[in-house]
Design a protein around this ligand. Structure first.
Ligand code: ADP
Ligand code: MG
Length: 244
């Protein structure tokens, strides 16, 4: 079998006495879209944040394309280049143009020339349908457009996998569709993605695999048809009943 792009093994994370991740095992293969659901506080964000070392795992391992990112001396810059992250709040710099936001890490961290960074940045903006907004400022964009800039910012680093943490939760309902459409296009282009979201319609249409987390554990996982159509665990059933 093909080596997974992301391989999480026995991942534990505690904050003080609070064990938030209680042994997570998850493999994501190239081009897969894994969709994660679960109640608030179940550990979804912590899991994603451990994958690019925004949080330090307490134990366990995380391999990205066979490189152990939890190893002592792992290169955090390179890890964050390989694993893109898209957050609920896009945190764009308001005083910088869209293109400068997208190329900031390329210039400052990867030390690309301005010309090379701009070429990559424009390419990323094109992928999210915002080429014509390159010189606009974030305040001139809708929330949905700002989130697409956030996605372009991660794509510009040419990551091996992109993690999305509730990318549409802060958006007005009419703006959600555009962001999901961009995510769908990325998936169709072969991008490997892990998506935490409440957008079950998107999951049914685009996810290869659905994972249900509760209280720091993966309780159940399977195809969208299995998880949404015939969940076997009582906790999955009651969660989905509350969502619909
Ligand atoms: P979810 O994203 O599924 O809602 P989180 O991963 O955000 O869950 O949170 C899981 C648990 O970890 C919660 O109990 C939360 O309070 C706790 N937690 C998250 N981040 C921190 C932190 N930086 N310090 C202490 N506790 C945290
Ligand atoms: Mg969360």
């Amino acid at each position: 079998m093909e080596n997974p792009i992301l391989k999480i093994t026995s991942l534990h994370k505690s904050f003080g006495a609070n064990e938030v991740l209680k042994g997570i095992d998850l493999n994501v293969t190239k081009g897969q879209l894994v969709f994660m659901i679960g109640p608030s506080g179940s550990g979804k964000s912590t899991l994603l944040r451990c994958c690019n070392r925004l949080e330090e795992p307490s134990s366990g391992s995380i391999l990205v394309d066979q490189e152990d990112i939890t190893a002592a001396g792992a290169d955090l810059n390179r890890i964050r280049q390989n694993i893109g992250m898209v957050f609920q709040h896009f945190n764009l710099y308001r005083h910088m143009s869209v293109l400068d936001n997208v190329t900031l890490a390329l210039r400052k961290v990867q030390k690309l020339s301005k010309e090379e960074a701009n070429t990559r940045g424009l390419d990323a903006l094109k992928r999210v349908g915002l080429l014509e907004k390159a010189s606009a400022f974030p305040d001139q964009l809708s929330g949905g457009q700002q989130q697409r800039v956030g996605i372009a910012r991660s794509l510009a680093l040419r990551p091996k996998v992109v993690l999305f943490d509730e990318p549409t939760s802060a958006l007005d309902p009419e703006l959600v569709g555009d962001v999901l459409k961009v995510m769908r296009e990325l998936k169709d282009d072969g991008m490997t993605m892990v998506v935490v979201s409440h957008e079950m319609g998107f999951a049914r249409a685009a996810a290869d695999h659905v994972v249900f987390m509760d209280a720091g554990k993966i309780v159940e996982q399977g195809t969208p048809q299995q998880i949404f159509g015939a969940p076997t665990h009582a906790r999955t059933q009651s969660f989905l009943a509350r969502m619909s």
